[in-house]
Structures are given as C-alpha cells and as structure tokens.
Design a protein around this ligand. Structure first.
Ligand SMILES: Cc1cc2nc3c(=O)[nH]c(=O)nc-3n(C[C@H](O)[C@H](O)[C@H](O)COP(=O)(O)OP(=O)(O)OC[C@H]3O[C@@H](n4cnc5c(N)ncnc54)[C@H](O)[C@@H]3O)c2cc1C
Length: 386
C-alpha cells in the first residue's frame, strides 16, 4: 500500500524544507569534514528518511517507487552524501530484505533499519566481480547448522558505519540457469568480519566506502535470506533494477541544482559591465541544461510508473539511469563552464557537483551495463515473440 497523495505531499514538503534550509547551508562543512553532522542525521531519522521505502507494517513510510523518485529529486538537490547515509537502508540492502526475507528476518531487522538504529550495507562487489557479479569468488559453505563465509568485498557504501551486511556469496558453481549465488545477513560484529580503512574518493565527501573482509565468518542457517540459496542472484538483480530508477531521480535533482546555480551566477556576474547571462552562448548552455532536466524528470516519472504497475521492470529502469546519469554529467560540466574560473574553485557548489555526479555513471551498473541490459532486452523480446 502506498501513501495517500495528501500525506505524501506533506512528506515531500518537509523534505524539501529540510534539504534547502538545513542541509544546503552546511554543504561546505560536510565536504570539509567528510561527515554528515549528528544533528542532521538525527533530523533525517526523525523524518523517517532511513525507512521511506520500507513498508509501513515494518515501521517505514511505505512510499512506492513513484513517490520515492519525487523524494529522490528533492534529495538530489544537495550533497549526495546525505542520501547515501540512508540510501542503503531504503534501497539496495533494505529491498533485499523487503522482497526476499522471511517473516522472521523481516521482524528481526526491518523496524530497526527503518528507524535508522541499524545501518545496512549491500556487499556484492569484489575485485574482479563488479559489472558481472556472476564472477563472485566469496564462498559460503554449509557446516552443520551454520554457514561459513570467506571472501573480500570492495567499495561497500556505509561499510565503516554498518551494523548489518547483506553479503552475496557463492554456494555452488554457476550453471546455465543458476549462477549459484546466495545472500546472507551478517551482523557487523560477527567474528571474522573486518572493515578496511575508509576509501579516499573523488567526491561525495560525507559518504564512506570501504573493503569488507570475511575470514571464516560463521552465521546460523537462518541468516540465509529467504531460506533459499537461489534467492541471492534474483534479490540482487531486483534490488538493483529498482535502485536504478531512484539513482536516475537523484541525477535529475542534482541537475536542477546545477541549473539553478548556473542561472543565479549568469544573472549576477558581469564581464565588461554586461551580465554574462545576456550573452547568447551562455544562454545556450542554460538552455541545454534546462532541456536535460525536463527530459530527465519526465523519463524518471514514466519509468517509476511502469515499474509500479509491473509493465516494465527491466528496460525502463536501465534507460532512465543511463539517460539521467549521463545527462547530469553534461549539465554539471556546463555548470562549471557557465561559472568560468570560479567553477573550478573548491567551495563553489558546481565544483562539488561536478565531482559528486561522476559516481552515478559507475555504480548500480555502469552506463555500458545499462546499454547491454536495454539492447539485450530488446533483442530477447523480439526473438522470443517471433
Ligand atoms: C563510491 C562507490 C560506492 C559503491 N557502493 C557499492 C555498494 O554499496 N555495494 C556494492 O556491492 N558495490 C558498490 N560499488 C561498486 C560498483 O557497483 C562497481 O564499482 C560497479 O558496478 C563497476 O564495477 P567495477 O568497479 O568492478 O568495474 P568493472 O566492471 O571492471 O568495469 C570497468 C569498465 O569495463 C566496462 N565493462 C565491464 N564489463 C563489461 C561488459 N560485459 N561489456 C562492456 N563493458 C564492460 C565497465 O562499463 C567499465 O567501463 C560502489 C562503487 C563506488 C565507486
């Protein structure tokens, strides 16, 4: 059950005010200190942001994807590290539990995830297994009433602050129709699990990633998500497809911010006494930015609708992510250009945005992988229909 339009309108307004009045003025502090201040974290938790996409019966706000993307467009307006703080709880990690967990697993974890008392991380990527998770080398072997997991994960968002890892591991050799990947719930405090040092990243300061090492990590049999080894790969793919529409919406929100910064700069800064916004070549850059934002917003809304109705859960999410994340890259680049030399300076929002959005084309499936999903999907549809 999704939230009523009136209730959602209130949520969206509250989030918009929070983002624009409370977070935007602190973006430089977040960037310099590489952390989200505790008071902003607490305010986000109070608003239910750690569980906006978790069903209400498990303590979340229960937004459906059409509402999720509207919220993401608001959240994208400020540093993307804010969204990252609760992104794994609502998205890639939380949705594995929502979609595939047993009732016992849901009741043990979901309410605390939705409240922000537990931070959940999604641990799929490994050296040599990023774009193609079928190449996973982390192994889980059954030993009596337990599973024993060994392997190494990399670039795991929120790993340094996670309480729970959703860990993908191989339980059998890949077969043509079964990649042999299961998913386990591993509390961060489990002996043998260690988190590496925080990665030094290009951007998104305040959002942390790290390696996760699993050395003889023993978890009980009921840590296997859904109680079914075959659930793992499906859970990863389903969670990522939904996440792609969300990432596309974030991109649109950030593109809107880059555009607003560009218009503000162009109308208040002069060359030779003329506001640069009067130059038609600068207006052309604003025009291209605006066109990208409008096209992206329309596409995100349509893809979210098609996802919710079940009409398209594969091609449209990938197409939206591909278009919007490439679009925001262009829009951010133009924003730096509109700002001239100032656009290259730290503390100018578009400099941060330029770095922050680069990630969107890489994670949850690179642009190349989205093209493979779209193109492959179209060809499969055509050949299976003939
Ligand atoms: C900041 C950050 C946060 C992240 N958070 C998480 C997280 O929380 N959990 C998690 O599990 N992972 C996370 N990741 C990992 C991310 O999802 C992967 O980095 C991404 O999927 C790409 O995988 P890779 O790095 O192994 O690159 P590769 O797969 O090696 O890709 C390198 C290049 O090869 C191309 N390529 C690869 N395969 C093909 C192919 N078949 N055809 C054509 N081109 C191809 C790619 O498009 C890319 O251009 C994160 C990454 C970063 C940088």
């Amino acid at each position: 059950m999704s939230v009523s339009a009136e209730d959602f309108d209130l949520v969206r307004r509250q989030v918009r005010e929070f983002v624009r009045d409370k977070v935007v003025p602190r973006e430089i502090e977040i960037m310099r200190e590489d952390r989200i201040p505790d008071d902003l974290r607490a305010a986000a938790a109070d608003m239910g942001l750690f569980g906006y996409a978790i069903p209400a019966e498990w303590g979340g706000l229960g937004l459906d994807l059409t509402q999720d993307v509207e919220l993401a467009m608001e959240l994208g307006y400020t540093t993307l590290s804010l969204r990252s703080m609760f992104g794994t709880n609502n998205g890639i990690a939380g949705q594995v539990l929502v979609g595939f967990g047993t009732d016992a697993q849901k009741s043990r974890w979901l309410e605390r995830i939705a409240a922000g008392d537990v931070v959940a991380s999604f641990a799929l990527t490994e050296p040599g297994a990023g774009s193609n998770p079928a190449g996973l080398r982390t192994r889980a072997r059954r030993d009596g009433d337990s599973w024993v997991i060994d392997g190494r994960k990399q670039f795991i968002t929120n790993a340094p602050i996670a309480d729970l890892f959703v860990v993908f591991a191989r339980t059998s050799e890949p077969q043509p129709k079964n990649p042999g990947i299961a998913v386990f719930l591993v509390p961060a405090a489990t002996p043998g699990l260690t988190v590496g040092p925080k990665d030094a990243k290009m951007g998104q300061e305040g959002a942390w990633t790290a390696d996760v090492l699993l050395d003889n990590v023993r978890v009980p049999a009921d840590a296997l998500v859904g109680g079914d080894e075959a659930a793992g790969y499906r859970a990863a793919m389903t969670s990522l497809a939904r996440g792609r529409v969300h990432i596309a919406a974030l991109a649109v929100g950030t593109a809107q911010r880059a555009l607003d910064e560009s218009v503000a700069y162009a109308t208040t800064n002069t060359q030779g006494g003329t506001p640069i916004g009067e130059f038609q070549l600068v207006q052309a850059m604003l025009a291209d930015q605006q066109t990208g934002v409008l096209a992206g917003r329309a596409m995100v809304r349509q893809a979210a609708q098609a996802y919710v109705t079940g009409e398209d859960r594969r091609i449209a999410p990938s197409a939206a992510k591909l278009f919007c994340t490439e679009m925001v890259g262009t829009v951010a680049d133009l924003a730096v250009q509109v700002h001239g030399g100032a656009g290259y300076m730290r503390d100018i929002p578009v400099e941060r945005i330029y770095r922050d959005v680069r990630l969107l084309r890489l994670y949850e499936g690179t642009s190349e992988i989205q093209r493979l999903i779209i193109g492959g999907g179209l060809v499969r549809q055509a050949t299976s229909g003939s």
